[in-house]
Design a protein around this ligand. Structure first.
Ligand code: COA
Length: 184
């Protein structure tokens, strides 16, 4: 393997020991949407397969957090999930955040992993809340904005004015991943 290949950013599963790096990146990228470290830790515990970190030159430079959930329901920011729905009808992408110097093809790679994970778990939909005018980016990755009813709009409020709830059908897109969703 060449030096270039080893330093190429890649996603790997997040571990408990990665929490402080994740929290530091979140504080830098999302200063207006703060969440407690325990809230991140709970997601990593409930859905280790959906929570991944981006490694570049041996350092954590980004993270992605996703977990099974129900369509049209939005977990409030900075709140505990307590337990995952069983059965779930979507994988909810809570956040993908990457330090500016390492962006480019990164969200696509994470969503590929999450799409395959969904397929393995026989979950047909990915869901997320787009913030900071990222809607065109998510549309490029196959998500479509959903018309929010009053209840959904109320839940979106904590994510800021530009927040948009989006869904992506992955049923026909991916072959199952080699990993399966594990539950605590
Ligand atoms: C969101 C984020 C993770 C995206 O990372 P990234 O590596 O730049 O994303 P990608 O390059 O994989 O982008 C995915 C696709 O969207 C496209 N895209 C990127 N920005 C776009 C834009 N403004 N409009 C339309 N398409 C866009 C990319 O070209 C790519 O398409 P392609 O693979 O066909 O070329 C990164 O910008 C980030 O950390 N932002 C701050 C945190 C944030 O906003 N997170 C999302 C919260 S909802």
């Amino acid at each position: 393997m060449t030096r270039n290949e080893t330093s190429k950013p890649h996603w790997r599963p997040a571990h408990e020991a990665d929490l402080s790096a994740i929290v530091a990146i979140a504080a830098r990228i999302h200063p207006d949407l703060p969440e407690r470290p325990e809230v991140f830790a709970e997601k990593m515990r409930l859905c280790p397969d959906g929570c991944r970190v981006l490694i570049a030159n041996g350092a954590i430079v980004g993270y992605g957090l996703a977990h099974p959930w129900m369509q049209h329901r939005i977990p409030p920011l900075d709140a505990f999930l307590h337990r995952l729905p069983e059965p779930a009808d979507c994988l909810y992408v809570h956040d993908v955040a990457v330090l500016p110097d390492h962006r480019g093809g990164i969200a696509r790679a994470y969503l590929d992993d999450i799409g395959r994970l969904a397929q393995s778990a026989r979950i047909a939909m990915l869901a997320l809340v787009s913030v900071y005018a990222t809607r065109p980016l998510w549309e490029r990755l196959g998500f479509r904005a959903v018309n929010a009813d009053a209840e959904l709009r109320g839940k979106l409020a904590s994510y800021g004015d530009s927040a948009t709830y989006m869904l992506r059908d992955v049923a026909a897109t991916y072959r199952p991943a080699r990993f399966r969703l594990t539950r605590p």
